[in-house]
Design a binder for this molecule. Sequence first.
Ligand SMILES: CC(C)(COP(=O)(O)OP(=O)(O)OC[C@H]1O[C@@H](n2cnc3c(N)ncnc32)[C@H](O)[C@@H]1OP(=O)(O)O)[C@@H](O)C(=O)NCCC(=O)NCCS
Length: 156
Amino acid sequence: MQGRFVRESASEYSELALPNDANGLGNLLGGKIMHLVDLCGAIAAMKHCRNPVVTASVDHMDFIHPVQIGQLVRLRASVNRAFNSSMEVGVKVWVEDLIRGGEKHVSSAFLTFVAVTKDGRSVPVPPVIPESDDEKRRYERAGERRAYRLAQRRRS
Ligand SMILES: CC(C)(COP(=O)(O)OP(=O)(O)OC[C@H]1O[C@@H](n2cnc3c(N)ncnc32)[C@H](O)[C@@H]1OP(=O)(O)O)[C@@H](O)C(=O)NCCC(=O)NCCS
């Protein structure tokens, strides 16, 4: 199968933090940020394989900085590496204050998406062709993380 460049599927997504999604402190719920991470990651994965995908796993997530209602949540996702039917996607989240300007890093996550048929069977995806040094580093590390995930799955 013909490989695809990371830049061909790199995706951005942004959403204004609205009061409906606030916690008791008036900040955006962590679960809402996780939802946006899943969406943005899925868009990159689907653009890479041009096929429907399901989320198979989300690695560890930390929330480094709160998002206040009225601020803009910005996300960027790229496919780090494709294996057989699965793809590791990295998603980074920032918050931008639209009035004062400036942005802060909120969270980052690695997700695994699997390309599936309508009846849920996994299907092969094109390989990723890394170009820049950063893309090559992410590609290598994605292989190490997959080995760790497979070992964890075997253990559980
Ligand atoms: C993800 C899913 C399709 C995998 O099914 P499966 O029977 O394990 O399929 P396979 O054995 O063919 O594995 C397919 C790929 O998924 C990967 N995979 C399966 N479970 C995984 C997990 N928990 N984490 C990371 N990768 C996983 C396998 O490593 C394999 O990768 P590869 O093809 O690149 O080698 C299936 O578990 C599923 O449909 N889960 C529900 C997904 C869903 O509904 N998500 C929405 C959020 S709830």
